[in-house]
Design a protein. Structure first.
Length: 223
């Protein structure tokens, strides 16, 4: 899972080609610059290796750790718990930087909240710096999304959502896409007390990149 780079919304050129009536080219703006009233989108993707399905939460605010974990939570509520009703543990592969970075205190704190809400154990493995090209969310999900919207300007947010959600492949990939209009604040801090409350088990030898976050003791009693 990971976030695709932010995309400007507007009648901008998209690389690639599309079929058009003869002598009827699509007219687009020649510079890709932000239009404030249209905004940008931050697609956060979750790719499930088990059954070749993708889930994309399209944020219209900031790409924060809260947004990243909310995207995972939406995947769980929409797909995960129905596909794997008896599971007690999920395994997450993600990059080591960005909103789900291995050094982000908010990322781990929000995962603790997710674990407490669901009763799930969350095992996380980060790709080491410089190795994100091996993240399967890139070449099994986002690359096909980019192909599906090539040559088609993202004139508004709904167009982007429709193009993401209509992505399919001959090998059976299907994508569910939802819109997230929550306003995520930048630079929110996790206090030392909050960080110490995280029920985390580090996995050797690369503890910074591999760990398990378990539901708190109180939550385990209430399950």
């Amino acid at each position: 899972m990971d976030t695709k780079k932010k995309e400007n919304i507007g009648n901008f050129k998209q690389n690639g080609q599309e079929y058009r009536p003869n002598k009827d080219p699509r007219r687009v703006l020649d510079h890709d610059f932000p239009i404030e009233k249209l905004g940008k989108i931050s697609p956060y993707g979750v790719y499930n290796l088990n059954n070749n399905t993708g889930f994309v939460n399209v944020g219209t605010s900031h790409d924060t750790s809260e947004f990243a974990v909310e995207s995972i939570s939406r995947w769980w509520e929409t797909i995960g718990k129905h596909t794997f009703p008896d599971t007690k543990r999920i395994y997450i592969n993600c990059d080591s930087g960005g909103s789900n970075g291995c050094r982000r205190r908010m990322w781990k704190f929000q995962l603790q909240q997710f674990a407490d809400r669901t009763g799930l154990q969350i095992e996380v493995s980060h790709f080491p710096p410089g190795t994100s090209k091996w993240n399967k969310v890139e070449h099994r999900l986002f690359c096909y999304i980019s192909k599906n919207w090539q040559g088609k300007p993202l004139v508004d947010i709904q167009t982007a959502i429709d193009l993401i959600g209509s992505t399919k492949t001959t090998t059976g990939l299907e994508v569910i896409c939802v819109r997230d209009d929550t306003e995520y604040r930048l630079a929110r801090k996790v206090s030392d007390e909050e960080f110490e409350s995280i029920n985390i088990e580090k996995i050797k030898p690369f503890e910074s990149w591999n760990y398990i976050i378990k539901p708190s003791v109180i939550s385990q009693v209430n399950i």
